[in-house]
Structure formats: C-alpha cells, structure tokens
Design a protein around this ligand. Structure first.
Ligand code: ADP
Length: 465
C-alpha cells in the first residue's frame, strides 16, 4: 500500500486552492481598480482643461501663460496651440531663460487627433503615444473662443506598471496566507482524524464517526464478527475433539476393566466350572460393546475427515434398505415383543449405502431400545416435493419418549439421557451423532419430535437430485 500523509494532502490542496483564490482576486481587483483609477484621472484632466479654458476665455491673451503656470501642477504637461496648429507654448519643450520661456522648434500640431477633435467638437479626449515624449499619454484638449486650443497631458500608467505598485503587499499577503493555511490544515487534519483515532476497532459502529465511513465500518464489523465466530467455532471444535478423545478412552476403559478382571479370575482358577458360561457371556458382551464403540468411532472419524467419496456413491432405494435393516433387527425387536412395521414406497437417492444403512439401523435400534414391551416401531419411507423434492424417512416409536429440553442435545457425541438404559442395551452414545452426520453428508437433515412417555418421531430428509 502506498502511503501518503493526510496532513500533506490536505495542506497542499488547501494551499493550492487558497493561493489560486488570492491570486485570482488580486488580478481581478487590480484590473478593476486600474480602470476606475484611469477613468477618474481622465475626468480630472478633462475638468481641469475645461476650467482653464473658460478662465482663458475671459482674460487677455498675454496673461494666458501666467494663468496656466498658476493653475497647472508641474507633473502635467500643458500646451497652447493657435487655431492653425502652431504650438505657442509647451511646458515640456520650453526652457525658462531669464524669466522668459524659450520654445524649442516644434512641428505643426494640426494633425494631432486631440487638436482635430477639439476643433470639431469643442473638447476632445485622447489616449495615444507621444512621439515627442516617447510614451503613452492622456490628452485633454479644449477650444477657446478665439479658436486657439489649450491642451493638458499626463503620462498614462500601463496596467503592469500600475500592478507593480501592489507587488510587495501582495507577496506579504500571500506569505501570511500560506502560514495560516499550514496552521489551519494541521488543525483540520487533527479534527478530521479525531473520530478515526477514537474509533474502537472491536466496536467500530459505536462512537462518533462520519456517515461516509459507514460502509467501511460495516465491513470491518462484519469481518470482526466473522473472525469472532470462526474463533468460537475453532475453540468449540478443539474442545469437542479433546472431549471426544477423553470420552472414547473412558468408554473403552470400562469394558476392558471388566474383561481383564474376569479373565484374571478365570486364569487363577478362582471361577467354579458352572460359573464359567456366565463369565464368558459377560466377557463376550463387553467385547461386543467395545467393538460397537470402535465401529462408531471409526465411522465418525471417517465422516469428520470429509464428505463421502464419489466412488462410494450409488443409487440407493431407501424403502428396500429400510426393509433390510428391519429384517436384520427383527430378532432384537422380537426379544422385547416390539413390532417393526415398514411402509411407504420406493424412493431412490444417490448416496453411500453403508452409511445410509448405519443411519437407519441406529434410528431403528434406538426405537427398539427405548421402547416399551409390546410396543411398535413404524418406519415410513416416501418422497415429497414441497418444500423441495426430497426423500423422507420417518422412524416413529411408541416408547418412553424424551423431555423436550433434551431434544437438541441428543445429537451430541456421548450425550445420553438415560445412561444406564443406554449402556444396558449396548448403546455407545454415538448413534444419533452418526445419524446427524450421515444426513448432513447427503445434504439432508434430521429432526426429532418427542414427549416424555409418549414416544418419539425422527424424520430424516435427503434431497433427490
Ligand atoms: P445411545 O447409544 O445411548 O442410544 P444415541 O446417540 O443413539 O446414543 O442417543 C442419544 C440418547 O438419546 C440416548 O441415550 C437416549 O437417551 C435418547 N434417545 C435416542 N433415541 C431415542 C428414542 N427413540 N426414544 C427415546 N430416547 C431416545
């Protein structure tokens, strides 16, 4: 990521903006001021020329020069021209010698525009380059009653020369503005950054902030929540793994201890001949329990390591499968006088047959195991199209049922409601965990409804491709 300082960005933008504004305003106002000033000068010169002319009209011709001298300040050039254009007097071209002016040789002025204008109109005002003085001049000329022309002139200042007067104050203003802008942008940056500095990344949506930042903050918050959830999931998975290993070892220890204990007795000849069948049966049962536990653990670890491999997938008829499982479990059901009834219709799904077999036998075994004498188990297989096209397997029993608040926990590994009954009947506590996992591996799910003493209904749904 290329990084720039916000303060430098703000600073340079603000400086560029302010200086452009200051320069533009200076240019506009200097030009405006120049034109106003020039207009003012023009009318001043014109008025002076007119005043002098009206006074000259009422005095003797010989007193005209003295009047001009008295009326016109030294920085103005004044000229008296007779009606033929001959220069009678010109302040810029005459020299005072012993109280008398000596006029330099000057050409006839009848071709000068201000002269011609004054002859024609009475007064004339002209800005032009003066060949005599080699610069731009303002001329105001007025015709006297006797036809002579009185002319006043002053050098005209160019816009640049006029603006040059303001260079020093403008430079000072710009320096002051630049310093102020630097200070101001520091403060501005601090002010802009405050909500960001104060932001609590663990709770970005709280506290003061800019509405422009909301999308970003929402994203940060989403990420934070996601990380939190992932951490929780990881922690839960980790603790489950640890719990699982501890539980497995614990569950294996009990039958092993029984087996070791009984075989030691038998080895030492401490068991009477008639007790041997009884002891062997116990050892056999415990070994069977160990085997089912190990089978279940293997199945779960196979499921944990990922979804079912494609090579195990094939079209499975759940109805046929249900019948096979029911037949296989019939001897156990008969022992308890429990009747297994399979109904429904053929429904094919693409799946792992041995896993689906295990799923169904776990559900039916539970339904037998947690049943009442002379009870029944209904297995119904079918297909539905609402809310989606899916296969439905319902395993319903009229058994002991479960308290409603336990229903979410029974799918956890090693969770048993009635521990002694589970163990007595060879339960591992992993059956429903495998059922849930198997359903999930087929993109399906399992639901349970149950009431204590009123039986349970497990419903597995698996989407049909
Ligand atoms: P277990 O090997 O103990 O049966 P499961 O994971 O199969 O373990 O079942 C978890 C617990 O749920 C059982 O211990 C039992 O208390 C309860 N349970 C499962 N199925 C039924 C059922 N059909 N009727 C009543 N309780 C059941």
């Amino acid at each position: 990521m290329s990084q720039r300082r916000l303060s430098s960005t703000v600073n340079s933008l603000l400086l560029a903006f302010t200086l452009s504004v200051v320069l533009a305003l200076t240019l506009v106002f200097t030009a405006l001021y120049y034109f106003i000033f020039e207009g003012f000068e023009e009318s001043r010169l014109e008025k002076l020329a007119q005043n002098i002319a009206s006074e000259m009209n009422v005095i003797d011709e010989s007193e005209r020069l003295a009047l001009m001298d008295a009326q016109v300040s030294a920085d103005l050039r004044y000229t008296l021209i007779d009606e033929n254009g001959e220069v009678v007097f010109d302040s810029a071209q005459s020299q005072l010698n012993n109280g008398e002016y000596i006029l330099k040789e000057l050409d006839n002025h009848s071709n000068r525009p201000e002269f011609q204008g004054a002859v024609r109109e009475g007064t004339a005002y002209v800005i032009r380059y003066s060949d005599t003085l080699k610069k731009d001049m303002l001329y105001a000329a007025v015709r006297l009653d006797d036809g002579a022309i009185v002319r006043l002139a002053e050098p005209r200042e160019s816009l640049i020369a006029f603006a040059a007067r303001f260079v020093v104050p403008i430079v000072i203003v710009i320096l002051v503005v630049a310093v102020l802008v630097v200070v101001f942008s520091k403060l501005l940056t601090k002010r802009i950054m405050r909500p960001l500095d104060n932001m609590d990344v663990t709770e970005p949506l709280k506290g003061e902030g800019y509405s422009e930042m909301s999308p970003l903050l929402a994203r940060i918050d989403d990420q934070r929540l996601m990380l939190e959830r992932q951490n929780e999931d990881l922690a839960r998975a980790d603790s489950m793994r640890r719990d699982f290993s501890a539980n497995v070892s614990h569950e294996l220890k009990t039958p092993l201890q029984v087996i070791v204990g009984y075989t030691e007795l038998m080895e030492g000849g401490l068991v009477s001949q008639e007790d041997i069948p009884k002891f062997s049966r116990i050892i056999h049962e415990e070994a069977e329990n160990m085997r089912s536990l190990i089978d279940d653990v293997l199945t779960l670890s196979r499921l944990d390591s990922g979804s079912i491999s494609a090579s195990n997938l094939k079209d499975v008829d759940l109805f046929i499968l249900a019948k096979q499982v029911a037949d296989r479990l019939a001897p156990i059901a008969n022992k308890k006088d429990v009747d297994i009834r399979v109904s429904g219709e053929s429904v094919f799904i693409e799946g792992d047959e041995s896993l689906l077999d295990e799923m169904m036998s776990n559900l039916i075994t539970n339904a037998i195991r947690y049943n009442v004498d002379n009870g029944y188990v209904d297995v119904i297989v079918g297909e539905r199209v609402q809310p989606a096209k899916e296969a439905v397997v319902v395993v319903r029993d009229a058994g002991i049922g479960m308290p409603e608040d336990e229903l979410t926990k029974i799918f956890e590994r090693f969770y048993r409601i009635d521990k002694s009954r589970s163990k007595e009947t060879g339960g591992t506590g992993l059956g429903l965990a495998i059922v849930k996992h198997a359903a999930l591996s087929h993109n399906g799910q399992v639901q349970v409804e149950s009431k204590l003493g009123q039986g349970s209904t497990f419903t597995v749904t698996i989407p049909i491709k």
